[in-house]
Design a protein around this ligand. Structure first.
Ligand code: GDD
Ligand code: MN
Length: 363
């Protein structure tokens, strides 16, 4: 009977997976386990390597995803692909100390008699830490952790950990509410549970990466910020809509700045100055939304231009909607309310349409 599944997300980890399986086998002697590698079609051929391992060792499985990226969602699919009653989540790059796993399982204990549902391996408890981190990376990590504490109020020392053990039943209670964005599945899980989880911690030392490179870049940090925002305000209003509206407000400033220069200083005809201001504001709005609001799926190169053209078209229709609504309300509601309603309808349209077309999810 299977007792434990280790779910390991991979992207370009070919040199690490064999060693990880070897170490798991050593650490988990006496336990019925399997390991599910969830690979997002890594160009380095990680999936082929995993399948080669799986042909020799039936505990190894490969789940290859095509045309998609994303650490959290990869792990979620990995969990759904196994029937094990207990799930461990860990990285492929040997940074997470596999020797701590048996202790985590022991702490989790039997469902019937245990007082915990999740055991988190932590870097920030006595006995834990990270090896070979420079001060900059350590500071970033502390900052993100503090932010996470403020927003999700977890009470655990390492809510950003990518190394934890959870009962399947607990995962299932949360799985339909998970946002799945970004790479902080543990935070997502804790914030999505209907009742507060019973969590224990286990210190470990985060090791330096042996081979390959970290995939956590600024886009990932940005996703994390969005995830936190979404957990905080997403119930009432999508975090992206808030950002989109803020960018829109900056566009109004840009518009008036360009208009006053073109019309007052350069003495262009008003219609021309107005058209120029609109074009510039739409372009800065697009650029800002592309690098902030939709940073995780931003367009580059030719795709950037293509996105810009769709954005122009959408905003053009948005103006029509804005003016139409304002005109319809003008007689009965007065100019202020009519203008506000027009702007709101225009913004919602721009948001919804650009989300569906300009920044359509590829998955
Ligand atoms: N399937 C899939 N898809 N896997 C991915 C993706 C992706 O888009 N991006 C990264 N991975 C895999 C990597 O191959 C690795 O096995 C694991 O996810 C973590 O990625 P790293 O790039 O090594 O992240 P890190 O070392 O900077 O941070 C990790 O450790 C921290 C401390 O526990 C992450 O697990 C963090 O979430 C965690 O805070
Ligand atoms: Mn890593």
């Amino acid at each position: 009977m299977i007792e434990l599944a280790i779910v390991v997300p991979t992207y370009n980890e070919r040199p690490n997976v064999g060693e990880l399986v070897r170490r798991l086998a050593e650490a988990l002697a006496g336990i019925e386990w399997e390991v599910v590698f969830v690979d997002d079609d890594s160009p380095d051929g990680t999936a082929e390597e995993v399948r080669a391992l799986a042909r020799r060792e039936r505990r190894v499985r490969c789940l290859q995803r095509l045309g998609r990226r994303g650490l959290s969602r990869a792990v979620i699919e990995g969990v759904l692909s196994t029937s094990a009653p207990v799930i461990a989540v860990m990285d492929a790059d040997l940074q997470h100390e596999e020797a701590v796993l048996p202790r985590m399982l022991e702490r989790l204990g039997d469902e019937a008699s245990s007082d915990v549902d999740i055991v988190v391996a932590t870097r920030y408890a006595p006995g834990g830490g990270h090896e070979g981190w420079d001060e900059g990376r350590a500071r970033m990590s502390r900052l993100a952790t503090a932010l996470a504490h403020r927003i999700v109020r977890t009470g655990i020392t390492d809510p950003m950990s990518g190394f934890f053990v959870v009962r399947r039943r607990v995962f299932e209670a949360a799985m339909r509410r998970l946002s799945g964005e970004g790479y902080k599945l543990l935070l997502d899980l804790l914030a999505s549970l209907p009742a507060p989880a019973r969590v224990a911690e286990m210190p470990y030392r985060f090791r330096p990466r042996q081979a390959g490179e970290s995939k956590l870049d600024s886009a990932v940090l940005w996703e994390f910020t969005l995830l936190l925002l979404d957990k905080r305000i997403g119930r009432w209003i999508p975090a992206r809509f808030v950002l989109f509206s803020l960018v829109g407000a900056s566009g109004v400033l840009v518009h008036f700045a360009v208009l006053s220069v073109a019309y007052r200083v350069e003495q262009l005809p008003f219609g021309l100055a107005q058209a120029l201001a609109t074009l510039v504001a739409m372009t800065t709005n697009y650029a800002l939304n592309n690098s902030l609001t939709y940073r995780d799926q931003r367009h580059r190169g030719l795709g950037w231009l293509r996105g810009l053209l769709t954005f122009y078209a959408i905003c053009g229709l948005g103006v029509v909607a804005n003016v139409g609504v304002a005109n319809a309300l003008f007689d009965r509601q007065g100019w202020l309310l009519a203008a506000a309603a027009g702007a709101l309808v225009g913004t919602v349209w721009n948001y919804a349409a650009s989300r569906a077309v300009t920044w359509r999810k590829k998955s």
